[in-house]
Structures are given as structure tokens and as C-alpha cells.
Design a protein around this ligand. Structure first.
Ligand code: GLN
Length: 531
């Protein structure tokens, strides 16, 4: 197995995850089998309990792991199927080492960061070799070079590269080359210092991926090469993409990144055939039509909080030859001004997942607006619960209907905890998580989209549609379009008399890729275009 490590320098948010994922795409298109891993230096065991406004969305894997959003990039850009092994945090490393210590595994020894923590990190990097289903592992290290908390990871990598040899493992450093307006120049010093920091601890990157607003001229490339001790053809320019992140692999290919990687790792393959990828990018970047979709949420300030949803909308646009203009609406603003002020004129309304009651009344007003005005509506997880509450209150006249998450004393708990969740007090990893099968009702909009009746979709929620209200709601025109295989849990609701109103208890956005857009997102956009 060959190993590629990706570190980041100078600042955070450089798109290391995207760079790694893009390299993964290129290597796959050269016929190699790739898997990807993220090492996060923070102490949380997983990001499941972190605020999306701080950390971005929590990406859920098929096996139920709650992971960093970069794993979403990995799954969207490559064919790899990720599991909880693919996202390692310091918290998990320490948890393992400490429970080994309690069991007596290190009896007599002093347990230390070096070698015990670093050995455990190396073991987790190595673990992919035995699975035997990939030729290359791309491992991204979260954080920025120079962070104290990242040091054990970097030390583990230094040892690892030494042990497997430079022809089997390389280091790529993603860095910033800022343009200083006043000087009219690109500056290489931050990168030089960041690489010096790596060399101090015995790591020498073989490749520099330079994020920059301006083209890297020959003299800048030479400087970077000479002072960072990296060969000239390994200084890769990564300019901000103009239209779509899916252009990124194409840009890196032009710069020769995958070629260089293969040469360093002694991999002989034909060049990557990116024609199919180019066609998809073209359909995303140059659509014939346009439509406006309102996303009504509460984590609206941060682009990353609904990352997978925005990506899935983009893929669905590509499939319909339609550009999707997003109108990000803060649900609390709807509470102040009413739905019409913010939603008039949009062609579709999407209410995404969420937790806690802030903004829920605004989302309920948005769902009502969509139902009454015949605007295509797509509810996801909380968005499905919101739609159920709205329908119960306004179509079934169940006054005060609510979820017990927002109002524990509601007279009509149309969304409530299942018995097995009532006594759960731990917050971490205790929700209904991961891929679960569901059955779809023939003839429904969902059936039309999927084209079959058996599906499996990823979940991340605690509350459920309360079956005690099923009949009353069905009598008023709600369609239970999908359930768990034994029929007990409601997975999808639709409205019978509406152009397209579909709300799902799961997270379809996690299964959408540019080449294979999710069928529900695809049909939602199609319905919006029909308006
Ligand atoms: N807060 C809701 C629940 O726990 C919805 C969760 C979500 O949207 N992911 O059931």
C-alpha cells in the first residue's frame, strides 16, 4: 500500500479536504483504488456533539459514525466507502490508550505520548492495509502546522514515513501564498516558515499545493522550490476555482499533481481520463435554466453548516441542466416578518435538519406557506418533523401540536421519542444513526423518484413521527409514503394534493454525488423548475 499524507500550513480553511479528495478522484481515474482518512487533533471523540456553527455539518457514514464534513468531500469525489475507521480524533486515540492502560496492557510501564499515543496513531493508519481493498491511503491531518495539539500526529507520520520508506509514503503540504495588494506581489515567506516548522520536527514535504488568488509566476515558483526544499515541478498552483469545487481536480491535473504523485510513489498507470468528469462540471457550470430554492434554517451564517445539502442541490441542478440559486433564509426572520416577505417568488422551499427549538416556528410557517401555495417542498429530518407538526396544527386542527423536543407538555405530541430513547441520558453517539432500510409506497412521488420500493438511507435523529396520529393525518390528505420494513416507523410523508411535497426522516444529502445525484433532490429541482 502507498500512503499520501496531507498537512496544512499558514491558515486554516485552505481546503485540504478538497485537495485530498480531488487527488483521490485523479488517482481513481488512473485506475487506482483509493481510500481516505482524516485525523482530527481535537479531544472530542467525534464531532457529533459540536455546534454546526463552529464546526460545520456533522457528516454521517453508513455505519452510523458521526464524522467531520471533509469525509463528505471524500465520498462525493471518490468511490470509497468510508467507515468509522476513516475519521480518527485525538479523543479516540486517548480513549483507546487509556482503556488499554486500565486493562493493564502496559503493566509496569509509564504511558506516554511517545510512544503510546503515536503507536496507536500509526496502528490506525496501518489498519487499512489488512483490509486489502485499496492501493492508496490518503490521510489528511486536521488543523494547521504549528498547532501544539497536532504534534503527536506529525511525529507519528514522521516515524511512519521512515519505516515504510519514501517510495511508499509522501507528504503534501497545502499552503497559502497570499497576494499583498500594497506591494502588488505574491508572498512566499509564510509558506517558507510553515515548511521550516515541519522540517524542525523532521518532516520534509515532497509537494506543495499553493492556494493563491493570482497565478504563480516562474520566479515565485523558483523561490518556493529553493527555500522550501521541494523540486520545481512539485510546486503546484491551486487557484481559487471560479464556479464550482468540482473544477478543482481538473485544475490540479493541469498542474501535474497526480503525475508527480505517481512518479514519487513509483506507480505506473495511464494518465487520468477526466472526460466524463468534465462533462459533469460543464453541466453544473453552464446550465440552460435557473431556479431559486429557499433553504430555511437556523445555522445560516456559516456556509459549511449545511454543506452536503448545498452540494446535493448543485448535483441535482446539473442533472436537470439547471443552475440552482440559493436563498438562505433565517427561520427566525420569518417569525418576525412572516413567510411571504422572505419566500415570495421562490420556486422551491427546503427545510433541513436541526436541533433545539430556536427558529422552529419560522420553519413551520415556511412549511405552511409551501403547502398552501403549492410550492415544491423538501423536508429533511427536522424538516419532515416540521411538516408533520404544521399539517397536524393547520390541516387536522390539532391545536398546540408539536414535537416533545420543543414542547414536552404539548397536548398533541405528533413527534415524540420512541420508548427506547426515553431513558437515554448520554448525548454522544446515542441517536438513531447510520443507514437503515425503508419500504416505499408504490405510486408515491418518492417511488417515482427512486424507481424502486426498497431503499436504505442514513439517519441522525432521536425523535420520530408518532404513529398514534397516523390515521387522523392520513384522513386529511397526508400520505405515508415510506416506512421502516416492519411498518412501525414513518420514514417519508407526502401530500396527496400538492405538486411536490416530500419530507423524509433521513438525510438523503449524504448519498448524492456529482455523477449520481440523489433522486429526491433531482425531482425536487425538476418540480421547482416546473413552477
Ligand atoms: N432534532 C430532531 C431529532 O433529534 C431532528 C434531527 C435532525 O434534523 N438531524 O429527531
Amino acid at each position: 500500500m502507498k500512503y499520501i499524507f496531507v498537512t496544512g500550513g499558514v491558515v486554516s480553511s485552505l481546503g485540504k479536504g478538497l485537495a485530498g479528495a480531488s487527488l483521490g478522484t485523479l488517482l481513481e481515474h488512473r485506475g487506482l483504488r483509493v481510500t481516505m482518512q482524516k485525523l482530527d487533533p481535537y479531544l472530542n471523540v467525534d464531532p457529533g456533539t459540536m455546534n454546526p456553527l463552529q464546526h460545520g455539518e456533522v457528516y454521517v457514514l453508513a455505519d452510523g459514525a458521526e464524522t467531520d464534513l471533509d469525509l463528505g468531500h471524500y465520498e462525493r469525489f471518490t468511490k470509497c466507502v468510508l467507515t468509522r475507521e476513516n475519521n480518527l480524533t485525538s479523543g479516540q486515540v486517548y480513549e483507546t490508550v487509556l482503556s488499554n492502560e486500565r486493562r493493564g496492557d502496559y503493566l509496569g510501564k509509564t504511558v506516554q505520548v511517545i510512544p503510546h499515543i503515536t503507536d496507536e496513531i500509526k496502528r490506525r493508519i496501518r489498519s487499512f492495509e489488512n483490509a486489502g481493498n485499496a492501493d492508496i491511503l490518503i490521510t489528511e491531518i486536521g488543523g494547521t502546522t504549528g498547532d501544539i495539539e497536532g504534534l503527536p500526529f506529525l511525529e507519528a507520520i514522521r516515524q511512519f514515513i521512515l519505516q515504510v520508506g519514501h517510495e511508499n509514503a509522501i507528504l503534501i503540504h497545502v499552503t497559502l501564498v497570499p497576494f499583498i495588494k500594497a506591494a502588488g506581489e505574491l508572498k512566499t515567506k509564510p509558506t517558507q516558515q510553515s515548511v521550516a516548522k515541519l522540517r524542525e520536527i523532521g518532516l520534509q514535504p515532497e509537494i506543495l499545493v499553493c492556494r493563491t488568488e493570482m497565478p504563480l509566476e516562474a520566479d515565485v515558483r523558483e523561490k518556493l522550490s529553493l527555500y522550501c526544499n521541494v523540486s520545481l515541478d512539485a510546486v503546484i498552483e491551486a487557484r481559487d476555482v471560479e464556479n464550482s469545487i468540482y473544477e478543482f481536480p481538473l485544475m490540479l491535473q493541469e498542474e501535474g499533481l497526480d503525475e508527480k504523485v505517481c512518479r514519487l510513489l513509483r506507480l505506473e498507470t495511464p494518465p487520468a481520463d477526466m472526460e466524463g468528469w468534465k462533462r459533469i462540471v460543464h453541466s453544473i457550470v453552464h446550465p440552460t435554466h435557473r431556479t431559486t430554492i429557499a433553504v430555511v434554517g437556523k445555522y445560516v451564517e456559516l456556509q459549511d453548516a449545511y454543506k452536503s445539502i448545498y452540494e446535493a442541490l448543485c448535483h441535482a441542478g446539473g442533472a436537470n441542466d439547471c443552475g440552482v440559486d440559493l436563498k438562505i433564509v433565517d427561520a427566525e426572520e420569518i417569525e418576525i416578518d412572516g413567510a411571504d416577505k422572505h419566500l415570495a417568488g421562490v420556486s422551491g422551499i427546503l427545510v433541513p435538519g436541526g436541533f433545539g427549538d430556536r427558529g422552529t416556528e419560522g420553519k413551520i410557517a415556511a412549511a405552511r406557506y409551501a403547502r398552501e401555495k403549492g410550492i415544491p417542498y423538501f423536508g429533511i429530518c427536522l424538516g419532515m418533523q416540521i411538516a408533520s407538526i404544521e399539517f397536524a396544527r393547520n390541516a387536522c386542527v390539532l391545536e398546540g401540536a408539536n414535537s416533545t423536543e420543543f414542547d414536552p407538555k404539548t397536548p398533541h405530541p405528533v413527534i415524540a421519542l420512541l420508548d427506547e430513547q426515553v431513558d437515554v441520558t448520554e448525548k454522544g453517539g446515542s441517536m438513531r444513526l447510520g443507514a437503515w432500510p425503508a419500504l416505499i409506497k408504490p405510486g408515491s412521488k418518492s417511488h417515482e423518484a427512486y424507481g424502486h420500493t426498497e431503499i436504505a438511507e442514513r439517519h441522525r435523529h432521536r425523535y420520530e413521527f408518532n404513529s398514534a396520529y397516523r390515521e387522523r393525518m392520513e384522513a386529511k390528505g397526508l400520505l405515508i409514503a415510506g416506512t421502516s420494513p416492519n411498518g412501525s416507523l414513518v420514514e417519508i410523508i407526502e401530500l396527496k394534493d400538492h405538486p411536490w411535497y416530500v419530507a423524509v426522516q433521513f438525510h438523503p444529502e449524504f448519498l448524492s454525488k456529482p455523477e449520481t445525484p440523489h433522486p429526491l433532490f433531482r425531482d425536487f429541482i425538476k418540480a421547482a423548475m416546473g413552477r
